[in-house]
Design a protein around this ligand. Structure first.
Ligand code: NAP
Length: 255
């Protein structure tokens, strides 16, 4: 009997993980998306979309769908769903693994200012007007309405609706990956003197960090949230290997 795996996704790696597991015999994979992006990229495996209704709802889903393994492959800043996943796995008695992308390392030449959240990032920009590049989720950019003295260049996958209530904001719609050379051109063309970023890790969005370093621009970096401690690995290959070594389906274990 195939092992039923539910992957909580929304990242490039979750898609890669789903494809890698689905390609192996003995695994039946479903990928779960929050349903925020209006036109998500094709995932290549069966997808379900939308919230579960908290940890209890996810635990119910795990039982109803007879899931044998839950894998949290969500974004490192998606702290609520990661907490729910750990709790739901405990409630439902289902094993859990996490694919955790490591953060970026600060290098010589980087001018990082570490802050705890988007509100603190808006404050850290200071009182003097600056040209700021925001590459954050739609939810976080509203915090910058508290600092209307700056000019903002805002890049997102979906439009920021409603637009920011600040006098100077320009919007770019784009989906990564972004190359360093292109990021450098973008920052130069708009006269950007500060970027605000999450410490997302991975290569797809590192271009702006490298570009900021090359141009001597400050990067206000929002620290990672604390995530629950569950068995985890940092690469798709390692999570696949861990999944392969777990006991068989619930039905076969007689749980
Ligand atoms: P979040 O704050 O941790 O989660 C909020 C709620 O959204 C959860 O409680 C859950 O609703 C639902 N949810 C989140 N991820 C889900 C998933 N994969 N499948 C089903 N429901 C999900 O999450 P977020 O930061 O808004 O991120 C939402 C999605 O975007 C995640 O899939 C994440 O991987 C992806 N993403 C996030 C970021 C980021 O910076 N936060 C960046 C890139 C991609 P219920 O409680 O109702 O179950």
């Amino acid at each position: 009997m195939a092992k039923r795996i539910l992957i909580l996704g929304g990242t490039t790696e979750s898609r890669q993980l789903a494809a890698a597991l689905a390609a192996r015999p003995g695994f039946k994979v479903v990928l779960s998306l929050a349903g925020r992006t209006t036109s998500p990229v094709a995932q290549g495996v069966p997808v379900r979309s939308g919230g579960f209704g908290g940890a209890q709802g996810l635990a119910r889903h795990l039982r109803d769908k007879e899931i044998d393994l839950l894998i949290d492959a969500t974004h490192p800043y998606a702290a609520r769903i990661s907490a729910n996943a750990a709790e739901a796995a405990r409630l439902a008695g289902v094993p859990i693994l996490a694919l955790r992308r490591p953060g970026w390392e600060q290098m010589a030449g980087d001018r990082w200012t570490l802050v705890k959240d988007a509100q603190a990032a808006a404050e850290a920009l200071g009182a003097e007007p600056r040209h700021v590049f925001l590459s954050l989720g739609r939810q976080e950019v509203s915090a910058f309405e508290a600092a209307p003295q700056h000019r903002y260049l805002i890049r997102s996958v979906d439009p920021v609706e409603p637009p920011l209530a600040v006098p100077h904001a320009e919007y770019i719609l784009a989906r990564g990956p972004f190359r360093e050379a292109d990021e450098r051109e973008l920052l130069k063309a708009h006269g950007v003197d500060a970027i605000v970023s999450k410490d997302s890790g991975g290569a797809a969005t590192y271009g702006k960090i490298a570009a900021a370093r090359a141009l001597g621009i400050e990067a206000v970096m929002i620290r990672r949230p604390v995530l629950p401690e569950v068995p985890s690995a940092s690469t798709v290959e390692d999570v696949v290997a861990m999944a392969a070594h777990l006991p068989g389906p619930v039905a076969e274990r007689g749980v």
